[in-house]
Design a protein around this ligand. Structure first.
Ligand code: TYM
Length: 337
C-alpha cells in the first residue's frame, strides 16, 4: 500500500496548473488499484502566511481550496482532507528539522530566490525555511509518494535529504522516515503563463489574464484563451518544431492534458493548422472539462458548514497519524518524555 500526501497553499484561487500538474493526479492515485492507497491532502495555511496575507480571507481560502479538491474528485470519505494548522505536529516536527538542517541546503533552493526577488532582507524567515516545513508535512505521515507539479521537484529532493540525514544521525535505520518518491506525471507538469510561455502559470501572478482560475466561468475561460499569446506561424507538427515556440508548446500541452492524449497525438491533429482554428477548440475543451468542477465548487461553497465538517474529520485522522511520529522523532533525538 502506498501512502500518498500532497498539499496546496490557500493563496488566491487555484489555477489550471494546480489542477493539471497536481490535483488530477491526486484523484488518480486515490482511485488507483481499486482505491487501496491511503491518501492525505492538506491545505497548507501555515505556508500561506510566509508572505503578507489577508487575515479576513485566510479561513475562507482554506475552505475554497478544500472545495476545489472535492470538486475535482477527491472523495472525503476515502481521502483525508485537512488544514495544516489543525495538525500541530507539522510545526513541531518542522522545528526539529529546522534546528538540525544546514543553511547550505536551504541556500540552494531556487524558489526562495524567485519569491524573495531583490528584496531578500524583507522576506520572512518563514519564506526561507518554507521547504523544511514542507518536508515535515510529508515525513510526519511517513508518506511514500508525493504527487506534485515540476516546480516542487527541488523541495522534494530536500525532503529526501532531510529524511535520510535524520535516519542516519539518530540511528533509526532506513525505515523510520521512508524517502518519499515524487510523482511528477502527465502532459502538463509545468503549465506556463498564457501571456508569456517562459513564465510558470501562477495563482500569485499580478495579471489575471495569465491564468485560468478554477473559479472562472465559461466566457472568461474562452476570452483568456482567445487572448493567449501565440505566434504568427501554423501550429507545430513535432517536438522539433516546438523549439523556440514556448507559447505554442504550452497550449498544445494544455490541450493534451485536458483531452487525455499525448502532445504528439494533439500535434498529429492540429499540426500545420492556424491558431485561429486551434484556440476555439481549446476553449471548448477547457470549458467542457473545467465547468463541472467550477459548478461543483460553487455548490460546495454555498454550504461552508459541510466543508468545515469535512476539514474537522480530516484533521482528526491526520492528528492520529501525525502526533505519534512526532513524539517518536523527539524521543529519538533524546528529548525528555
Ligand atoms: P502550490 O500551492 O504553489 O501549488 C500546488 C500544486 O500545484 C502545482 N503547480 C503546478 N503544476 C504545473 N504547472 C503549474 N503552473 C503549477 N503551479 C502549481 C505545484 O507543483 C503543487 O504540486 N510548496 C507547495 C505546497 C506544499 C506541499 C507540501 C506539496 C506544502 N507542503 C507537501 C506537497 C507536499 C506549493 O507551494 O504548492
Amino acid at each position: 500500500m502506498k501512502r500518498i500526501l500532497s498539499c496546496m497553499q490557500p493563496t488566491n484561487r487555484l489555477q489550471l496548473g494546480n489542477y493539471l500538474g497536481a490535483l488530477r493526479n491526486w484523484v488518480a492515485m486515490q482511485d488507483e488499484d481499486g482505491g487501496v492507497n491511503e491518501c492525505l491532502y492538506g491545505v497548507v495555511d501555515l505556508h500561506a502566511i510566509t508572505v503578507p496575507h489577508d487575515k479576513e480571507a485566510l479561513a475562507n481560502a482554506t475552505r475554497e481550496t478544500a472545495a476545489a479538491y472535492i470538486a475535482a474528485g477527491v472523495d472525503p470519505k476515502r481521502s483525508y482532507i485537512f488544514a495544516q494548522s489543525a495538525v500541530p505536529a507539522h510545526a513541531q516536527l518542522a522545528w526539529l528539522f529546522t534546528a538540525t538542517t544546514p543553511m547550505g541546503w536551504l541556500n540552494r533552493m531556487t524558489q526562495f530566490k524567485e519569491k524573495a526577488g531583490k528584496n531578500k532582507e524583507k522576506a520572512s524567515v518563514g519564506l526561507y525555511s518554507y521547504p523544511i516545513l514542507m518536508a515535515a508535512d510529508i515525513l510526519i505521515y511517513k508518506a511514500t509518494h508525493v504527487p506534485v507539479g515540476d516546480d516542487q521537484k527541488q523541495h522534494l529532493e530536500l525532503a529526501r535529504d532531510i529524511a535520510g540525514s535524520f535516519n542516519e544521525k539518530f540511528n533509526c535505520g532506513e525505515e523510520f522516515f521512508p524517502l518519499p518518491e515524487p510523482v511528477i506525471t502527465g502532459e502538463a507538469t509545468r503549465v506556463m503563463s498564457l501571456r508569456d510561455g517562459t513564465q510558470k502559470m501562477s495563482k500569485s501572478a499580478e495579471s489575471d489574464m495569465t491564468r485560468i482560475n478554477l473559479t472562472d466561468d465559461a466566457d472568461t475561460i474562452a476570452k483568456k484563451i482567445k487572448k493567449a499569446k501565440s505566434d504568427p506561424d501554423a501550429l507545430p507538427s513535432n517536438e522539433k518544431e516546438c523549439e523556440g515556440r514556448p507559447e505554442a508548446d504550452n497550449l498544445l500541452g494544455i490541450y493534451a492534458a485536458l483531452s487525455d492524449q499525448t502532445k504528439e497525438q494533439v500535434m498529429n491533429e492540429f499540426g500545420g493548422k492556424q491558431f485561429s482554428e486551434f484556440k476555439p477548440a481549446l476553449a471548448d475543451l477547457a470549458v467542457e472539462k473545467l465547468s463541472p468542477i467550477t459548478n461543483r465548487m460553487n455548490e460546495l461553497m454555498a454550504d461552508p458548514a459541510e466543508i468545515d465538517a469535512i476539514l474537522r474529520a480530516g484533521a482528526e485522522k491526520a492528528n492520529e497519524l501525525a502526533q505519534p511520529t512526532c513524539d517518536e522523532a523527539a524521543k529519538l533525538m533524546g528529548f525528555w518524555s
